[in-house]
Design a protein around this ligand. Structure first.
Ligand SMILES: C[S@@+](CC[C@H](N)C(=O)[O-])C[C@H]1O[C@@H](n2cnc3c(N)ncnc32)[C@H](O)[C@@H]1O
Length: 306
């Protein structure tokens, strides 16, 4: 059981036991095509399999965690407190790309992180370190991009921000050792998963009300057509003998029921932002093709590759 390295919207830590309760007693490889913070993956610590996300900077981050954990920790160690003066030896010490003043080190780091969406040369290790730094020092640990793909969350207030995460990076790096890390659309899994594998999908939730903003994960978003193609993909995987477990918002219950899945409304509510505003609370469903008689209990789940 390893802690996720990043805070991520839709983190599944509260739902873990309920997800495990739907797992098949035995499966081969494990895949998470919409990875985000990967709370279930890190808790499970599977062996071979794949993780995927459409966010290229998130994917680069996990590749660096797996391939260069010590260099990543060293880079993070070299960063300063978000409230300190900008570093005059680095770019964006005094002005942003838009020629306005950089108030402090945090905003300098944010400009440096936004090199990729501005088509400027960037270093992959540096970008990964900046992602974790911003995740630990920005307002509420949010990840939000503007229309141009620039990360635009303001600085947060923390008494003692800790952005190095040495132990979490090392543990996560070893869990990821035999994992394929991909940056594609979730469709890759149609061909990639084999009979006997387990796939867990955690899409950005379809809003319960028009005011909720659950699709605000990245510039791309995940709309109703994407939700529809996810149902069809899950049906195709079922035909291929792949085990599927999926969480979503309550509004999708009927669709998965009609598509032949076992669906339970968990009744659990959650809020995407910290000010537990009722507007952002949703019923949550878990849908699966694993028949109740084929489920294992958490203590006895056998992973084929262990
Ligand atoms: C709800 S979050 C996953 C949360 C994760 N389970 C956790 O515990 O932190 C959904 C993720 O899906 C990704 N995503 C959105 N559209 C996608 C697509 N078409 N294919 C793959 N991933 C996508 C987003 O970038 C986001 O990281």
């Amino acid at each position: 059981m390893v802690d996720p390295v990043l805070k991520w919207a839709g983190g599944k830590r509260q739902l873990l036991d309920k997800l495990y309760a739907r797992f098949p007693a035995k499966f081969d490889r494990y895949h998470e095509p919409m990875f985000g913070g990967g709370a279930l993956f890190f808790d499970l610590e599977p062996g071979a399999g794949s993780i995927n996300d459409t966010n290229p900077r998130l994917v680069n981050f996990y590749r660096q965690v797996r391939d260069r954990p010590d260099a990543l920790v060293d880079r993070l160690d070299s960063f300063a407190d978000p409230d300190s003066e900008p570093d005059t030896s680095r770019a964006f010490a005094d002005t942003t790309r838009k020629e306005t003043g950089v108030e402090n080190y945090y905003y300098q780091q944010r400009e440096l992180f936004n090199r990729r969406p501005n088509d400027e040369p960037f270093d992959s290790l540096d970008e990964a370190a900046l992602l974790l730094y911003l995740n630990r020092t920005c307002y509420n640990g949010l990840y939000r991009e503007n229309q141009s793909g620039e990360f635009n969350v303001p600085v947060g207030r923390y008494a003692n921000p800790d952005w190095v995460r040495r132990d979490e990076i090392r543990s996560a790096g070893s869990v990821l050792e035999s994992t394929e890390i991909l940056n594609r659309d979730l469709e890759y899994i149609r061909e990639y998963a084999a009979a006997g594998d387990l796939v867990y999908f955690d899409p950005p939730y379809e809003p319960m009300s028009p005011t909720a903003q659950f699709t605000d994960y990245s510039a791309e978003g995940f709309g109703q057509q994407d939700q529809q193609r996810l149902v069809e993909l899950a049906q195709q995987l079922t035909q291929n003998g792949v085990h599927v477990v999926l969480s979503n918002s309550g509004i999708m219950a009927e669709m998965y029921d009609d598509a032949g899945f076992y669906v339970d409304i968990e009744g659990a509510t959650r809020s995407i932002n910290s000010d537990a505003d009722n507007r952002d609370e949703v019923d949550e469903i878990i849908a699966t093709n694993v028949a109740p008689t084929d489920r294992g209990d958490r203590e006895h789940i056998e992973l084929g590759n262990h």
